[in-house]
Design a protein around this ligand. Structure first.
Ligand code: SAM
Length: 211
């Protein structure tokens, strides 16, 4: 995702620390207290500019959403969307998803969304793919037993890699969809990338899997 330098981003993060939580490891095992309820927690990894998480939060007011976005200049845009929408069931983290087990306790999360994750097509970058086994280890730890990983992408190579990686990990594939938009799923909230790629006529792939 294109990043623009935003000199105001540091001040914005400080001023909005109730939304973009600094030191998230302090809340490990205690995220419900921050939301003020015991609703299920869904985590989106690589939130981008926030269209998906804001749309989901509106559609599912009884679910708590936490978006994790590595890029500071992008997370601030997501935060602006959350503030405009007035979503009280969204929190954001400006963190690397490599640290998930430092942020969430075992069984704290009900669903993990991976939306249009960076494909890292070179073999030597395999470990950076968000469906690489080291990430699956983390998802398995923080997800409840019935929890799901839901992954959408336009990238066939990454999708095929992920099917193999999840299967090698003995995950159960509950859905494998090779053309998500062909099924007219009204509940599907599109991400920014999803809108862009489907407008170009590219099929969108989705899988749902559990451990
Ligand atoms: N999910 C959005 C969408 O579908 O429009 C953005 C997709 S963009 C290709 C991938 C996003 O994931 C980028 O904003 C990137 O900064 C973020 N990202 C990549 N690796 C990450 C990681 N390890 N932890 C957190 N965010 C990450």
């Amino acid at each position: 995702m294109r990043q623009r330098n935003k000199p105001w981003a540091d001040d914005f993060l400080k001023e909005n620390a109730q939304l973009i939580i600094p030191n998230p490891s302090e809340y490990k095992g205690k995220w419900s207290t921050l939301f003020g309820n015991n609703n299920p927690i869904h985590v989106e990894v690589g939130t981008g500019k926030g269209q998906f998480i804001v749309g989901m939060a509106k559609q599912y007011p009884n679910i708590n959403f936490i978006g994790i976005e590595l890029a500071k200049s992008i997370v601030v845009t997501a935060a602006q969307k959350v503030l405009e929408a007035g979503s009280s069931n969204v929190l954001l983290l400006n963190e690397n998803a490599g640290d998930l087990v430092e942020i969430f306790a075992e069984n704290e999360v009900s669903t993990i969304y991976l939306n249009f994750s960076d494909p890292w097509p070179k073999n030597r970058h395999e470990k950076r793919r968000l469906t690489y086994k080291a990430f699956l280890d983390q998802y398995k730890t923080i997800l409840k037993q019935s929890g799901q990983v839901i992954f959408k992408t336009d990238n066939r190579g990454l999708f095929e890699y992920s099917l193999v990686s999840l299967t090698d990990y003995n995950m159960k594939l509950e859905e494998v969809n090779l053309d998500l938009h062909a099924i007219q799923d009204e509940s599907n909230i599109m991400t920014e990338y999803e809108e862009r790629f489907s407008a170009k006529g590219q099929p969108i792939y989705r899988l749902k899997a559990s451990f």
